[in-house]
Design a protein around this ligand. Sequence first.
Ligand code: SAM
Length: 173
Amino acid sequence: MSRLDSFIRRITAQRECLNEAARAIEGLDGVVFELGLGNGRTYHHLRERLPDREIFVFERSPAAHPDCMPDAEHLFVGDVHDTLPAAVERFRGQVALLHCDLGTGDLAGNRRLADFISETIPPLMAPGALVLTDPAFDLPQAERQALPDGVEPDRYYVYRWPGRTAETARAAG
Ligand SMILES: C[S@@+](CC[C@H](N)C(=O)[O-])C[C@H]1O[C@@H](n2cnc3c(N)ncnc32)[C@H](O)[C@@H]1O
């Protein structure tokens, strides 16, 4: 497969997973964490899909298009090794959706970062929350979810935190 085809498949998988997650967290209270602003494409997409949610972005060197730049209150500038642990007390149990897109061309570095984030996020997650990532996380307490129709296995990784789901929250009123 050409690198262009592979890129298109990854980006399509990302969009489909984000769309499904945005629907799935309807009725679930909580904020969104976006790890990795980059060009701001996925942040912008989440803002469109979740206009009423607070979205907090973590990025070490913000350089997105001005339309895709969070305001200062919603942007944590710095390395996630520092900024994510520092956010735990403030956001304990309040994150309904966490999307991690921190990847670079350094595959071993991506794996180490994924392991660090897997260890750091558990206290942040709300019951029933979703985690979207590539590469995979090691989250024994969460349940890996099927990918949306048409998305190839292992193109993206989706996990659901145990506890109250959006569906049960809706049912309970
Ligand atoms: C693949 S890009 C994100 C793309 C973005 N989701 C988009 O749609 O435009 C990865 C971003 O993660 C950031 N990043 C990588 N490692 C980081 C770290 N340890 N701490 C903070 N930001 C990091 C990079 O600076 C880069 O902007």
